[in-house]
Write a protein that binds this ligand. Structure first.
Ligand SMILES: NC(=O)c1ccc[n+]([C@@H]2O[C@H](COP(=O)([O-])OP(=O)(O)OC[C@H]3O[C@@H](n4cnc5c(N)ncnc54)[C@H](OP(=O)(O)O)[C@@H]3O)[C@@H](O)[C@H]2O)c1
Length: 369
């Protein structure tokens, strides 16, 4: 099923785009200057960014760099209302970035021309794409839109950044991997997505790097840590506090990663010359949702929010009726390349404890006020 579907998507996609790769189409729509012609813009931008780059790199070994001041550098964020985007916008503003984050209603990503025009009209030094159709079933139900939003729109952003000389960071996913083999995967691992979502995100990676080889594709996984957009771990804690029955999937593993860490790492890497695909995720041992649930509940007990760890039923992916699309089993990414850049990340288990405690404390504080 998973192999025929992407083929179907490609066929449908090809029909709409006249059998050409969408990037070719975009390039022909927009006047693309040769690299030599844009190099002066890029050089000038780079010179402007350089002091900030050095400043940020000096501090990049400490991911708690929210206090840094970026002297009003301009940044354009797509998907600023999303789970990661909200945190990214907040952290960037705390660091002194002047952030423009157009809402979905202000810029529809299915309209590549609008996306491109927005980047071209902005004088942002940094453009980050945290927007996507990230629901697997939503992608399954509308594969064409998934490819346009998750692949064509990022390509349009990259191409426009090539014109303006802005640094471009695009968020991608561990679901570009097929996840059939246990163990952590390096950036060089073969990509073979098993879902429409994964297929569209992989196409996005390739098209972004085709359009702008200097772009950074930051692959992230199992994002949590934004209390305004609760992920699995926060949803489970809410259920536990309400005394509801708990269940968690035990047959898929990845690296749960705190949106706060992603935001700080992306902003530090924006100032580096790093290009291509990079795994931006927690370290340590991969966890299943069941493992995450137990760690979160233990944290709730240790911090006095629960009297005892409630029972959690172990589930299999196949038992979840809502899952109409295939979820890969083992997509844990190896983050050693990120560590080699001097940027430490917490372990996945530590991430769950930290995110749980933050969520419980914030919820408690909110209840008091
Ligand atoms: N969530 C995860 O666990 C996870 C795991 C691995 C990778 N990722 C990747 O990480 C990135 C961020 O994910 P996330 O979970 O933070 O995303 P999210 O919460 O689903 O937010 C997606 C954002 O994209 C916007 N958006 C969606 N469709 C749009 C369209 N057609 N036009 C304009 N804007 C549109 C949404 O705006 P509206 O809400 O207003 O529609 C929202 O701001 C994505 O690239 C995703 O693929 C996520």
């Amino acid at each position: 099923m998973s192999h025929s579907r992407p083929q179907f998507v490609k066929t449908q996609f090809g029909k709409v785009l006249g059998e050409s790769r969408s990037l070719d189409l975009l390039s022909s729509q927009f006047e693309v200057r040769e690299p030599s012609a844009v190099s002066m813009d890029v050089m000038l931008r780079s010179l402007l960014l350089y002091p900030v780059h050095i400043f940020l790199m000096l501090f990049s070994c400490n991911v708690s760099v929210a206090g840094l001041v970026c002297c009003g550098m301009k940044m354009l964020v797509f998907g600023g209302s999303g789970r990661t985007g909200q945190v990214l916008v907040r952290v960037a503003q705390q660091m002194g970035w002047q952030v423009q984050a157009p809402a979905h209603a202000e810029c529809e990503l299915a309209d590549a021309r609008a996306v491109s025009d927005l980047v071209l009209a902005s004088d942002a030094a940094l453009v980050v794409n945290a927007a996507a159709i990230s629901g697997l079933e939503a992608c399954l139900d509308d594969p064409l839109k998934a490819h346009v939003v998750n692949a064509v729109a990022p390509a349009a952003m990259a191409l426009a950044c090539r014109h303006t000389g802005a640094r471009f960071v695009h968020l991608s996913t561990d679901y570009v991997l097929d996840g059939r083999r246990a163990g952590k995967k390096m950036e060089s691992a073969k990509c073979k997505p098993v879902s429409v979502y994964g297929e569209s995100k992989r196409e996005g990676e390739l098209q972004v790097l085709d359009a702008l080889p200097g772009a950074l594709v930051a692959r992230v996984s199992w994002i949590c840590g934004n209390p305004l957009k609760p992920a699995f771990v926060e949803q489970l804690l809410m259920k536990a506090l309400a005394g509801q029955a708990l269940a968690a999937i035990a047959d898929k593993q990845s690296m749960p990663t705190d949106a706060e860490d992603i935001a700080r790492v992306v902003l530090a890497l924006a100032a580096s010359p790093e290009r291509g695909v990079l795994h931006v995720c927690a370290g340590g041992e991969p966890l299943s949702w069941y493992d995450c649930a137990v760690l979160a509940l233990q944290t709730a007990v240790e911090s006095g929010y629960l009297a005892a760890v409630p029972q959690v039923a172990m589930q299999k992916r196949a038992e979840v009726p809502f899952f109409r699309e295939e979820r890969p089993a083992y997509t844990a990414m190896d983050n050693s390349k990120l560590l080699s850049l001097g940027i430490p990340m917490p372990d996945a288990a530590e991430t769950i404890r930290r995110v749980s405690l933050r969520f419980l404390n914030e919820r408690y504080t909110a209840a008091l006020t």
